[in-house]
Design a protein around this ligand. Structure first.
Ligand code: ADP
Length: 396
């Protein structure tokens, strides 16, 4: 069985092709295009690359195309992306303006190009279905809650991969198995004592932190929308809800303009005064740019704030994991995040940390009670595995 997982951005298309056979799974191909202006052509070129590499003769060889879909109210888990589901995603465009529109148009283009191939989405909210209700509620009127105003949590595929992989690395096959089967049996399987407590930091263009107890998420720093939680590259992160009416009344901002500023001109970009890539911000900070330094300081402050929250909720941590573009590649930032935590049992191995870039490694010192790890993100694999399971379930 071959499953193509497509990662859709407004101007990017990235993909990984997986093959499943006899309990074995293999990634056959990965590729992508940035600065895409003609999306149908990008899809065509992706298929051409798969053909040229000899992985498929035509799109008929794909059992399904899987997508890391973000949010649709009333829909969760791994589902067929039929028109009804796509409309439910569309109804959430204003909650996920940077994510849902490219997915909706991309999925429709894939549907046009390969109408017979199942298109299946694993929603990024799926991992939080078993989080305690108290962690997911906002203190709003019940009617608002019923309308969808609650924490959903995102980056589910990424944090689920960390739940599985960290348990494997910590030699807790019972927990790894529970995490792998989470969407089948809802984390109901028993695990050995003691509890396995993991704090997963996905730091990239979008960033979030999850607490994970025995393979099951207890919460995520992202709330109702993928603009919340930590500051993102250009999206705001957490903000007091009253800031918006205040600015609209006093500065005469329209709702559309306020939304645009919160989604495109805030986050690290807003703080630094322009740069939104952490590499550029670090370079500017090193040259003495105080706004750039402040952007880094705010980012680190919020990361530590959320790590602290889960450290308490989990009654400590066995592992603190860094993943995604910044988490995997920016050793100096990891060092700043982990500084001065020895009283909590967390001590970094400075040399090992500096030497670790985009590879799996333990970067804590031997005397650290909390194991600090870098685990490269593998969201596409999580999507592909769930798509495979979905196909097997619907075909049987
Ligand atoms: P996204 O959330 O859009 O998938 P990524 O996970 O690629 O983004 O993270 C983007 C961020 O990670 C940027 O701020 C970038 O500076 C940083 N980053 C990504 N790759 C690298 C790398 N190879 N070296 C250093 N920093 C990187």
């Amino acid at each position: 069985m071959k499953v193509l997982v497509a990662n859709l951005g407004s101007t990017s298309l990235k993909w990984r092709l997986f093959e499943f056979s006899n309990r074995q799974e293999r990634m056959l191909h990965k590729g992508g295009f940035e600065r895409v202006t003609d999306y149908p052509k990008a899809i065509e070129d992706c298929l051409a690359q798969l053909r040229d590499a000899g992985h498929i003769a035509s799109e008929k060889d794909l059992s399904a195309v899987g997508f890391k879909t973000v949010l649709a109210l009333g829909v969760n888990g791994c589902v067929r992306l039929d028109e009804k589901t796509v409309r439910a995603m569309e109804a959430c465009n204003s909650i996920a303006p940077a994510h849902n529109p490219p997915y909706i148009s991309g999925v429709r283009l894939f549907a046009q190009r390969m109408p017979k191939t199942p298109l299946v989405g694993l929603f990024e909210t799926a991992f939080y279905q078993w989080a305690p209700e108290a962690a997911m509620r906002y203190a709003v009127p019940q009617a608002w809650h019923a309308a969808g105003v609650r924490r959903w949590g995102f980056h589910g595929a990424s944090h689920k991969f960390i739940a599985e992989r960290s348990a494997e690395l910590l030699r807790r096959e019972d927990v790894a198995q529970r995490a792998r089967r989470l969407y089948v049996d809802g984390g109901s399987s028993a695990v050995r004592q003691p509890d396995l407590r993991v704090i997963s930091c996905h730091l990239g263009g979008s960033s979030s932190i999850s607490g994970i107890l025995n393979g099951v998420a207890i919460g995520n720093s992202l709330g109702m929308s993928p603009q919340s939680g930590l500051p993102h590259n250009n999206r705001v992160g957490d903000l007091d809800a009253f800031a918006l009416p205040f600015l609209m009344r006093t500065a005469g901002l329209t709702l559309d303009e306020a939304e645009r500023l919160l989604c495109k001109e805030s986050g690290l970009k807003g703080l630094s005064g322009g740069a939104n890539d952490i590499r550029d911000i670090q370079t500017q900070a090193a040259q003495g740019n105080t706004n750039a330094q402040l952007a880094l300081d705010v980012f680190v402050h919020h990361i530590r704030h959320w790590i602290g929250a889960y450290f308490l909720q989990l009654n400590g941590a066995d592992a603190l994991v860094f993943t995604a573009g910044i988490g995997e590649n920016r050793a100096e930032l990891r060092e700043t995040i982990c500084a001065n935590l020895d009283q909590l049992g967390l001590v970094l191995d400075r040399e090992q940390n500096l030497a670790t870039r985009a590879q799996e490694a333990v970067i804590s010192a031997p005397n650290s009670r909390v194991q600090v790890m870098v685990i490269p993100a593998n969201e596409e694999l999580v999507v592909a595995r769930e798509v495979k399971r979905f196909l097997e379930n619907t075909q049987s």
